[in-house]
Design a protein around this ligand. Structure first.
Ligand code: PMP
Length: 461
């Protein structure tokens, strides 16, 4: 067989892709008909496809390339580590320098007394760790019946059986017999979509208090933990009302429920601080991390746990671990990524300079007739598409039709935005410049115009 390279004609690559590659979250027959868009290289915030088109990646891949593409230092860190020690495990009383250095660095960066990291290769794996960890924690304290985990509808925590059970995505639960037992979902704090006539503050409080109601219904002695993303990412960049997190914190403290902040998207600068727990003043007992930890250059994730949780867990053997827990090459890449984010003040600049500029530009999209709201925290934002701004109405067509049309229009205008239902979401690399933000918003506006025209022409609004 010939070598398959970037230089092959796109159609041939697409045919091989369709013949042999099963894509995640994709109807593969539909993709085979259309042909995949093949990305061949990237630099900064710009992707290049196999046809030579340059596309502004306003999603940082899957919310992960915080540092931007094409940083040689990370490749060099990987090469150095591969030459020195490409692999060794952290089971059976052994360790290695990259895992020691990265866990030490994370203890320094993470807020409060989150000082201990259990490594995984992804956010899903880390959340699976969390399920077993919180249940083991309570069992070790003589309360094995405390095993229910409360999570939220429309939350996303991963695709493995455990993490997808924590997630509240109905289409995911419909495949493969999920959720696992002892996971309970409460409603999300999505004021724009579900708040009706209530003020955001009133609604935020009400949704947080569902946690307290659930604890009463299930029984305080049966609830192990509450897990939530500080801002729902895959659910549509849903920023909770200001009243939500303080009330959640109060309830977790009152009933001694472990609080797990899933910071897989929000960690490492996304909201303008190192962690969204700082942005929202949340004090988690466990924090899930992945994505921005290595800026996506290597697969790595983990659970950072508090001194109190570690004290209990350290006294027993946690019969749990992955071959690649603390993989030395992934750790070395993550360390180099954190060094650059830190030393080049990427996170600081994103918070102090880029985010305020982006906010002003992003919010200007509410002048578009199709946009019901524009919301943003740091560098993660979303807009809601609507046929009627005043009533925050949804489209008559299936939720997601308008969003899908808009996503395709974005691509046609050399912009990657993602859609969740009829919300469009962005999460660009933190290194995006002001002029690139101008380009992003100009292209978004054009895509919105084209979407508006198509929806009108096709009688969808
Ligand atoms: N948690 C959150 C909040 C996520 O957004 C994701 C991925 N989008 C995950 C967990 C799962 O991470 P992974 O895809 O690395 O398994």
């Amino acid at each position: 067989m010939n070598m398959i390279t970037n230089h092959m004609p796109t159609a041939e690559l697409q045919a091989l892709d369709a013949a042999h590659h099963m894509h995640p979250f994709t109807t593969n027959n539909e993709l085979a008909e259309k042909g995949a868009r093949i990305i061949t290289r990237a630099k900064g915030v710009t992707l290049t496809d196999s046809e030579g088109n340059e596309i502004l990646d306003a999603m940082a891949g899957l919310w992960c390339v915080n540092l931007g593409y094409g940083r040689d230092e990370l490749a060099e860190a990987a090469m150095r580590q591969m030459k020195e020690l490409p692999y060794y495990n952290t089971f059976f009383m052994t360790s290695h320098v990259p895992a020691i250095a990265l866990s030490t660095k994370l203890a320094e960066l993470a807020p409060g007394n989150l000082n201990h990291t259990f490594f995984a290769s992804s956010g899903s794996e880390a959340n699976d760790t969390n399920i077993r960890l919180v249940r083991t924690y309570w069992a070790e304290l003589g309360k094995p019946e405390k095993k229910v985990i409360i999570a939220r509808k429309n939350g996303y925590h991963g695709s493995s059986v455990g993490s997808a059970s924590l997630g509240g995505m109905k289409p995911m639960h419909a495949q493969g017999g999920l959720p696992i037992p002892d996971v309970h979902h409460i409603d999300q704090p999505y004021w724009y979509g579900e708040g009706g006539d209530k003020s955001p503050e009133e609604f935020g409080l009400e949704r947080a208090q569902q946690l307290e109601q659930a604890i009463h219904e299930i029984g305080e002695d049966r609830v192990a933990a509450f897990i939530a993303e500080p801002i729902q990412g895959a659910g549509g960049v849903i920023i909770p009302p200001s009243t939500y997190w303080p009330e959640i914190q109060r309830i977790c403290d009152k009933y001694e429920i472990l609080l797990i902040a899933d910071e897989v998207i929000t960690g490492f600068g996304r909201t303008g601080n190192w962690f969204a727990s700082q942005t929202f003043d949340i004090k988690p007992d466990i924090m899930t991390i992945a994505k921005g930890l290595s800026s996506g250059y290597a697969p790595i994730g983990g659970s950072i746990v508090s001194d109190e949780v570690a004290k209990v867990m350290d006294a027993c053997e946690f019969v749990h671990g992955y071959t690649y827990s603390g993989h030395p090459v992934a750790c070395a890449v993550a360390l180099e990524n954190l060094r650059i984010l830190d030393e080049e003040k990427v996170v600081e600049r994103a918070g102090a300079e880029t985010a305020p500029y982006m906010r002003q530009k992003w919010e200007s999209l509410t002048d578009h007739p199709l946009v019901g709201e524009a919301t943003i925290s740091g560098l993660m934002g979303s807009i809601a598409l609507t046929p009627d701004k005043a009533s925050r109405a949804a489209f008559a067509a299936d939720s997601g039709t308008a969003g899908y049309i808009c996503r395709e229009s974005c691509f046609a205008n050399s912009l990657v935005m993602r859609h969740t239902g009829d919300r469009m979401v962005v999460s660009p690399p933190l290194v995006i410049t002001k002029s690139e933000i101008d380009t992003l918003v100009d292209r978004a506006w054009k895509a919105l115009d084209q979407t508006h025209k198509r929806l009108t022409d096709e009688g969808l609004m």
